[in-house]
Design a protein around this ligand. Structure first.
Ligand code: NAP
Length: 295
């Protein structure tokens, strides 16, 4: 399949590489052009701008940071919309706002092309190994067109509903992560302050109803007070912003997500934005007097 791929960051570079290795004919573009080199060395074609990557492609994948960045690469000068073929499919795998997604899809449809929102969960490891969970919004027949490509990238591909539904599902995902990580931090700090054997307690919790991916894989970060990536605090705060906006417009209070978003704002201001999101435990540890907040 002829594919255009725009955005070669942590996620996009690994995903584009999988498509090249699977034998697709991939034209890649990244704002910082040097990042195209490892992909061209693997067999991709470098495109001078997003429009050039889209020209001749039946599917164009976009994987950039946030809503304004998607707008820029799709509708900006030399953007995807200037090069996309009639009837081609744009698959936006970035995590962006559901409402804006619906507007983008309409603007692309006015140019004769189709849109799927297909944000992912599963992190950089999932991108590398092709084990992402992909949450898809859009028409079912468009998903079927994209499926052979998505199956190279993910192991769980779920059609959630019409355009924007994939992004809404991703917002749900990030709200659940906020609550889980906050509770994991509070539980562990309670044990640390009591002076019990927290590693033993974590093994016990993992085997019971409190067992979860966050507890098992990120609990040890909280104990050690060390938060290697993972998923960046600053990206999670961006995603909670999307969820909080959606909650406001739908009339859904999200008090836990709002609190965690505020903690993350403080962490970013203090230079922790590029740590793993489990670093929200820093706030819980400091409030309990375990650590010096100035440290
Ligand atoms: P990243 O490493 O920060 O890469 C961001 C990419 O977007 C880069 O290619 C960057 O280009 C490009 N970009 C940003 N603004 C742009 C603009 N105005 N014009 C053109 N290109 C622009 O981010 P990532 O971790 O790959 O994440 C990409 C998306 O996946 C985000 O929406 C994120 O929330 C989501 N996601 C990430 C993870 C994860 O674990 N990292 C997991 C699930 C979902 P430059 O190279 O020029 O900066």
């Amino acid at each position: 399949m002829r594919v255009g791929f725009i955005g070669l960051g942590t996620m996009g570079a690994a995903m584009a590489r999988r498509l090249v290795d699977a034998g697709h004919e991939v034209a890649v573009h990244n704002r910082t052009r040097e990042r195209e080199a490892p992909l061209t060395a693997a067999g991709a074609r470098a495109a001078a701008h997003p429009a050039a990557a889209a020209r001749g492609a039946s599917i164009v994948v976009v994987m950039v940071s946030d809503t304004p960045n998607v707008e820029q690469v799709v509708f900006g000068s030399d953007g995807v919309a200037e090069g996309i073929e009639d009837g081609a499919l744009l698959v936006d795998m970035s995590t962006i706002a559901p409402e804006a997604t619906r507007g983008f899809a309409e603007r692309v449809a006015a140019r004769g092309a189709r849109w799927l929102d297909a944000p992912v969960s599963g992190g950089s490891e999932g991108a590398k190994n092709g084990t992402l969970s992909i949450m898809v919004g859009g028409e079912a027949d468009d998903l079927e067109r994209a499926r052979p490509l998505l199956e190279v990238l993910g192991s769980t591909i779920t059609h959630v509903g019409p355009t924007g539904s994939g992004q809404l599902a991703k917002a749900m995902n990030q709200v659940v992560i906020a609550g889980t990580y906050a509770a994991v931090a509070e539980g562990i700090v309670l044990g640390l302050k009591a002076g019990i054997d927290v590693d033993a307690a974590l093994r016990a919790l993992a085997g019971g109803a409190a067992g979860s991916w966050g507890l098992i894989h990120r609990g040890p970060n909280v104990v050690r007070n060390d938060y290697p990536l993972g998923f960046r605090v600053r990206l999670h705060r961006k995603d909670l912003g999307i969820a909080l906006d959606a909650g406001r417009s739908l009339g859904v209070p999200l008090p836990v997500a709002a609190l965690v978003e505020q903690w993350e704002t403080g962490l970013i201001a203090r230079g922790h934005g590029d740590e793993d999101v489990s670093a929200i435990a820093r706030v819980v540890r400091e409030q309990a007097g375990l650590d010096d907040p100035e440290a």
